[in-house]
Ligand binder design. Structure first.
Ligand SMILES: [Zn+2]
Length: 348
């Protein structure tokens, strides 16, 4: 571990947090009608020694719960006792959305894409502004956790601007099966990679909305701990610790659309490899037994997301195929991810 100096007090959300102190603060949400003002619980672990300030947040969309479980498990790790630097963890950014089982804020807008927000804007812009000013301003690194939108399951993946050296390195440290380039920085907290002082930021995405997926939780937790170790926040990796699997780099993705409506039978699993021309799914008329139509791959690549609802409508995207530059490595990469998912040494 790099020997760094003593940490200094952190002034956040109108509270001074001393080095070595752990506490939970409530960040007030903007005012709305009704008599109850909501607060976003913010957990802060402020290490005795200085180091990076990592913000880990989830449920920016109120129906995405995998990240909540990831953060709960992270906050319970004994490893945090030796923390160097600061961890700011927000399990539920969109408290209103979680309570109402909605992706959106009370004004039915999407917080995603509303950053950095505006002090005098609409409700969602005000919320984004509050988070930017009170929380994000303190962070040096960010991990924002998401899941697939309703009806869509995603293979565990990190998304970032891969041309940003520090963000790319963070994505490799995470070791998710897929590393996806997002040159537009147009999802979640990736906007922090734009401007004059970009903050290394990852969006981790896995599983689906309204689902708690144990494998996604495991991959997400391990990835965050690996990033924290890589940044020197949790000490060295141990002797004999499992090697971080090399993520498969996905350059672009495209959804394969169904030409017919009906019951969808998939021939391929999420994370599987498809060749151009291969049958990915069959679509059956729900009122008759004959196969109606097939969906074939128009490119080769890895299935990185899948539509989960059994009935599909003509023109729906049913699987997302990610184009990988080193297709011949897919099977060995898959094996490494499966082996990695069995081990838990990083968490000790
Ligand atoms: Zn989301």
């Amino acid at each position: 571990m790099v020997n760094m100096g003593k940490n200094t007090p952190l002034n956040i959300c109108n509270t001074v947090v001393q080095p070595g102190e752990n506490l939970t603060l409530g960040l007030p949400t903007p005012e709305m009608y009704g008599c109850v003002r909501m607060h976003v619980p913010v957990h802060i672990f402020h290490g005795r020694r200085e180091g990076p300030v990592l913000l880990v947040c989830s449920a920016l969309h109120g129906d995405e719960v995998n990240g909540i479980s990831i953060i709960h498990k992270l906050l319970n790790l004994r490893l945090l006792k030796g923390l160097q630097g600061t961890l700011i963890a927000i399990p539920v950014v969109n408290v209103f959305g979680l309570l109402s089982q909605s992706r959106y804020l009370p004004d039915r807008r999407d917080l995603n894409g509303s950053f950095p927000g505006a002090e005098s804007g609409n409700y969602t812009e005000r919320m984004a502004h509050t988070l930017t000013k009170e929380i994000i301003a303190h962070a040096t690194h960010i991990i924002d956790i998401h899941s697939g939108e309703p009806g869509v399951k995603k293979l565990s993946q990190v998304e970032t601007l891969l041309s940003d050296e520090k963000a790319h390195e963070m994505a490799r440290m995470f070791g998710a099966p897929i590393m996806l380039d997002n040159p537009e920085c147009d999802t979640g907290m990736l906007w922090n990679l734009q401007g004059e002082n970009p903050k290394p930021t990852l969006v981790f995405n896995g599983g689906g909305a309204n689902q708690l997926d144990e494998m996604t939780v495991k991959t997400g937790l391990k990835g965050i701990v690996r990033v924290m170790k890589g940044l020197g926040m949790l000490g060295f990796r141990k002797e004999g610790e499992r090697k971080t699997p090399e993520p498969m780099r996905v350059e672009s993705k495209a959804w394969l659309k169904t030409p017919k409506s009906g019951l969808c039978h998939f021939h391929k699993r999420i994370g599987g490899f498809v060749k151009k021309g291969e049958v990915v799914a069959e679509i059956y008329d729900p009122f008759g037994p004959a196969a109606q139509s097939v969906v074939t791959a128009d490119r080769e690549g890895v299935i990185i997301a899948k539509y989960e609802m059994p009935l599909v409508t003509e023109g729906d995207g049913i699987v997302a195929v990610g184009t990988v530059s080193q297709a011949h490595l897919v099977s060995s990469a898959s094996k490494a991810w499966e082996e990695d998912s069995q081990g838990a040494s990083e968490l000790e």
